[in-house]
Design a protein around this ligand. Sequence first.
Ligand code: 26Q
Length: 851
Amino acid sequence: MTEPIKPQSTSHSQPENAAAQSNNDANGKRRRLMQALRAAVRYHMKYSMALEWKKATNYDIFMAVALAVRERMIDGMMATEKRYQKLQVKRVFYLSMEFLMGQLLRNNLYNLGIYHWACKAAAKMKIDLEAICDTERDAALGNGGLGRLAACLLDSMATLDMPGFGYGINYEFGLFKQEIVNGHQREQPDSWSRESTPWLIERNDRACLIPIYGKMVEETGPDGKPKSVWLDWKLIIGVPHDMPIVGYDGETVNFLRLFTARASSEFDMEIFNQGDYLKAMADKVATERISKVLYPSDAVQAGKELRLVQEYFLVACALRDIVSAYREHYKSFDNFPEKIAMQLNDTHPALAVAELMRILLDEYEVPWDKAWQITESVLGFTNHTLLPEALERWTMPLMELVLPRHLQIILEINQRFLQQVARVWPHDTERARRMSIIEEGEPKQVRMAHLAMVGSHSINGVAELHTELVKKTLVPDFYELWPHKFNNKTNGVTPRRWLQQSNPRLAGLLNRTIGDTWVTDLERLRALEPFVEDTAFQQEFMAIKRANKARLARVIQQTNHLSVSPDTMFDIQVKRFHEYKRQLLNAMHIMHQYLTIVEDGKDLEVPKTYILAGKAAPGYFMAKLIIKLINNIAEVVNHDRRVREQMKVVFVPDYRVSLAEKIMPAADLSEQISTAGKEASGTGNMKFAMNGALTIGTLDGANIEIRDEVGAENIYIFGLTAEQVATMRQNHSYQPQDYYLRSPAIRRVIDSLRANRFCEHEPDLFRPIHEKLMQPGEEYFHIADFESYAETHVRAAREYTDQKLWARKAILNVARIGKFSSDRTVMEYARDIWDIHPLPPEGSEEDEATD
Ligand code: 26Q
């Protein structure tokens, strides 16, 4: 592989002559690298794309550059595989229905260590590489937090030189594109062009055959005993497509393996031969539907057959692939747990428990107890939600239809599990009912979280509070039975994408001030603390923030045709739309601010730009209505001359990873305002703070740990605690009406909704909103938290007017955010759950530093 070149190798201490010599070498290397890049790009433009330079669009140039870069990634991937093979290292496989990768060219160039040289090489060809990178379509194979976490973990595993691989589905359509029409969300298909992406390498040689549907039939086995066999199944072909994942410094290149569903031609042949051509074609279309589209909901599960089939398809393809690679080196399964770990990203791949058992039992005739021991020691399960409506359940009839053999195995697992429960708690039928993998009812349902917990040796939550709530309130029986299985792994985000690449100005300042080691060791940001009082540093820091705000203002000008001033405070909430995330609380506060100006004639402490973005699941009525409300508020506010100098409201359409990369660095205030106890962790909160925004937030998810790190004086915490919320729920004491009667501000906001102030031409449009807000026991405590929220906003705005004070706090957020690197998260998973270790290439790192 071509050696990566570090942009600035500063830390080497060498004798003068040797240093000069090595500088010359490095310069020569750079020159050769730039020449090689230019040559490769020209080559691909001509021979891969058959295009002339003169006629190439920016997108064509993107393709040619990507193909040139891809060569280096493939070299790295093959070298990495060789290294792993040689030592037969233990590997971890991250099974996930979602990988929200975003754009990849910029990331790959940075991680290969050639971004700066590629920029220069491009400049020589009169090309603006940043603009080229921005023509790339996002790979949006995920909904939000859970999918983006998977992508961050892949980046960290490769950066840490760990053998960690992603397994997922190669959706033809990722998350829908959001358009806003008359203030309403409209969904458009996202064609991210998986057929032509330069980042996927089709591996027909590793295609696998997956059986599905059919029935169980009792037969007599060779030993004369009755035996049930799975017959009349259909076959699906899974074709893997590998996306190389380059670690920072380009040394380790792992991969994300995504499977496409194809109809099996051998199988179809039979029907073709029977002459039913149309039936055969219909079957083919039905099969290939499996990898057609990502389900766009990130909370309520629809219980749809196609989704179950998708989940099975992922698990079956992944396990076949993993087992067959293992079998190339080992005859028995004795070493399986020593060589393989698998992590289940929520319950979506929980069928892995049954599928691994099936493979071991039916295909390799491993006895039950041994198979069970292997399964349990290999699997780990991560929970990402406390919302009851998001817990996956599948009806028994559907399971039986789609996966008759798996259902049999699940029932057997359950029987043995319930025997174990009965040994610990004899005669406690109520507890057995609660813990059973099967939920009684009409119809009976399979609880996927129970299946995942029973079949895994580790169960983790994604922030400290969340893990405590999983143990104490979500599944207390399981915690009592297996306290040793439960552990916390607080989420993190990759500082490569979310600081170095998205905020090059701040990254530059950091490099100049404390060196560049923070890129792979984020705790090094602590070295910034001595600079918090340094006026010159503060000014530079704030100037960078302003430049990032100006960059976002340009985006907003283009998308919303609205001009916003980078000299106002940027108050930002971006995330999926959900009632529990309480964009509505933000909206209520914006209405309150507006009414304060126009009705009370008061000025705001500071001029503000409220920025919101995010998608609602297409079937989520309330979330969509809240999007409409925010757009209507924006319409009213932005056209009212009375508030012109003081506030603007922007809803930026089509929130996605590439937009987030422009938004996070431009925030002054980060809104993390979920109802306490509802947000498992949040990861946007980390991205904002890492880029120097202050958080206004509740004591929920990772906000609590962010406060612990940055210090209570550097974050704006408000509202009820999870405990207070739970108590008020228990004793049914939450009466929104009480707050309404007590608080004129709340009254005015609710009354303005009732009076159609934000929907003059569509009376009653927002009735469902104010009615729900005022319902006794309202699930999300909007009104209960309103006053505390509004007061805290006033405090934040006042402090913002003292720019020196604000700069100090913002800098401390950056300096103390080190914990939230996904490198730390991955190291904890590797140590506590996977038992895997870094395998740096020989002669890298230490050797380099000492020679
Ligand atoms: C389930 C069944 C059928 C169809 C869809 C789904 C489904 C899909 C996606 C259910 C849930 C999701 C996504 C959940 C998610 O993103 N959770 C978030 O995970 C983050 C990473 O751990 C946390 O930071 C967030 O707090 C959590 O909300």
